[in-house]
Design a protein around this ligand. Structure first.
Ligand SMILES: Nc1nc2c(ncn2[C@@H]2O[C@H](COP(=O)(O)OP(=O)(O)OP(=O)(O)O)[C@@H](O)[C@H]2O)c(=O)[nH]1
Ligand SMILES: [Mg+2]
Length: 429
């Protein structure tokens, strides 16, 4: 079945659905696709029958996105899934991320491909652990536009209550401020994905809500202008070896233009190669722009020469990187850390597509409850701090003043995100 708005020449955006486990991300995506005519009712009916047989009644809509056997049995999303959605203004690729804390790694992969995000928050639970973690990660990983779906408004105890909606809006507003989004720019739509209320069709049960539907918000996204006039920066997501073609790195362009025929350099691998061809949405193109997800064939490099976490650019303005004997200074905000941390702490940094263990070398200046302190001995949850860092192996990262798109990082330890930060100054030797 095809959509009435189908047209692949429309501007393309990747939109990721994130939020705490079970808050209804997959159900929202399934319902949006159904109500907008991208899939037919009988598909959902078949899914629902299958779900009921597996003891997962109610998961028929979620099964549109949850296709893996284990996902269907457990009733959770494990890996990201992609689907096309056409709206009057855009051609979207929807990325449905898992909410379960064990699969945050997959959420990070999906979110680093996204331009925009829908944060799903169940109205009964409100802001929960992965609501927080995903909001921080979305900001760090470069999501520019955010929409909130306050979901499950139908559920018993919430019963479409305006005052409960207002309470959840207040909680989310606090979270958005902490994670670096401006709440005034973020629409928050009260929905029931299960019943299809305020997703595509307006709800008869929430007359008090006068704002746009989730679909109208998604279609109305205004993306900031594409930084086409800046130097090329293309973080590499994966490198494939394709028989008959050769080495094909893939990734999403952050800034600048990738041209076929030009030579690119990959840092920190420090390898150069000519771009032979570029492919986007299974079509060959001569050039690609910021926001485009591309695969491109490079001449003369093996798939082992370059890797995920490299950034491609041109040699007249190479992507920056910090070697293991160099340092950088960054400002971090501690979100959730089990114990106090001091110099010597070496958690994993996630910056664009890179994952590198990085050591806290020197705590320079702490801000705690509005009070500043030079060279503090340790840090706890809620503190912000300016720190000198040293990666354990070469790591591509950019300074905030040069490339705000590539200066952010999330810090993860023991399976959770403990802090988020920005790189202010790279100290090259
Ligand atoms: N009452 C009610 N239940 C909902 C709604 N949306 C989703 N659910 C139920 O919530 C459960 C989880 O839904 P999913 O869509 O799988 O949630 P998810 O956020 O994708 O979960 P993960 O991907 O595992 O993080 C299912 O039982 C859904 O039927 C809603 O609007 N109202
Ligand atoms: Mg899901």
């Amino acid at each position: 079945m095809s959509s009435q708005w189908e047209d692949k020449k429309k501007p393309h955006l990747n939109i990721v659905f994130v939020g705490h486990v079970d808050h209804g991300k997959s159900t929202t995506v399934g319902r949006l696709l159904l109500d907008t005519g991208h899939i037919e009712e009988h598909v959902i009916e078949k899914n629902e029958k299958l779900a009921a047989e597996m003891g997962k009644a109610g998961f028929g809509l979620a099964y549109v996105m949850d296709g893996l056997k284990e996902e269907r049995e457990r009733g959770i999303t494990i890996d990201v899934a992609h689907k096309e959605l056409f709206t009057p203004n855009y051609y979207f690729t929807i990325i449905d991320a898992p909410g379960h804390r064990d699969f945050v790694k997959n959420m990070i992969t999906g979110t680093s491909q996204a331009d925009a995000a829908v944060l799903c928050v169940a109205a009964n639970d409100g802001v929960s652990a992965q609501t927080k973690e995903h909001a921080f990660l979305a900001k760090v990983l470069g999501v520019k536009e955010l929409i909130v779906n306050i979901n499950k408004m139908d559920i018993s105890g919430v019963d479409y209550s305006e005052s409960r909606y207002n309470e959840v809006v207040e909680e989310i507003t606090g979270l958005l401020k902490m994670s670096g989004f401006n709440p005034a720019d973020v629409p928050m739509v009260p929905c029931s994905s299960f019943n299809g209320e305020n997703l595509y069709n307006k709800s008869d049960n929430m007359g008090w809500y006068k704002g746009p539907t989730l679909f109208e918000c998604i279609d109305g996204i205004q993306m900031p202008p594409k930084p086409t006039d800046r130097p090329l920066r293309l973080p590499i997501q994966d490198v494939y070896k394709i028989s008959g073609i050769g080495t094909v790195p893939v990734g999403k362009i952050e800034t600048g233009i990738l041209n076929a025929g030009k030579t690119v350099i990959f840092n920190p691998s420090q390898q150069s190669a000519e771009v032979k061809s570029i492919e986007m949405h299974h079509t060959m193109v001569d050039k690609a722009e910021p926001g485009d997800n591309v695969g491109f064939n490079v001449r003369g490099l093996s798939a082992q020469d370059i890797r995920r976490g490299d950034i491609a650019g041109y040699s007249n303005n190479e992507p920056m990187f910090v070697r293991h004997d160099e340092t950088f200074v960054g400002q971090i905000q501690l979100m959730d850390i089990p114990k106090a941390v001091a110099a010597g702490y070496t958690p994993v940094f996630h910056a664009h597509t890179a994952q590198v263990a990085v050591r806290f070398v020197e705590l320079l200046e702490k801000t705690s409850k509005g009070q500043k302190e030079a060279n503090p001995a340790f840090l706890v949850t809620g503190d912000a701090c300016l720190i000198r860092f040293q990666p354990t192996k070469p790591m591509a990262i950019e300074q905030m003043d040069a490339f705000p798109e590539l200066c952010r990082f999330a810090i993860r330890d023991m399976g959770k995100t403990v802090a988020a930060g920005v790189c202010m100054k790279i100290e090259k030797k």
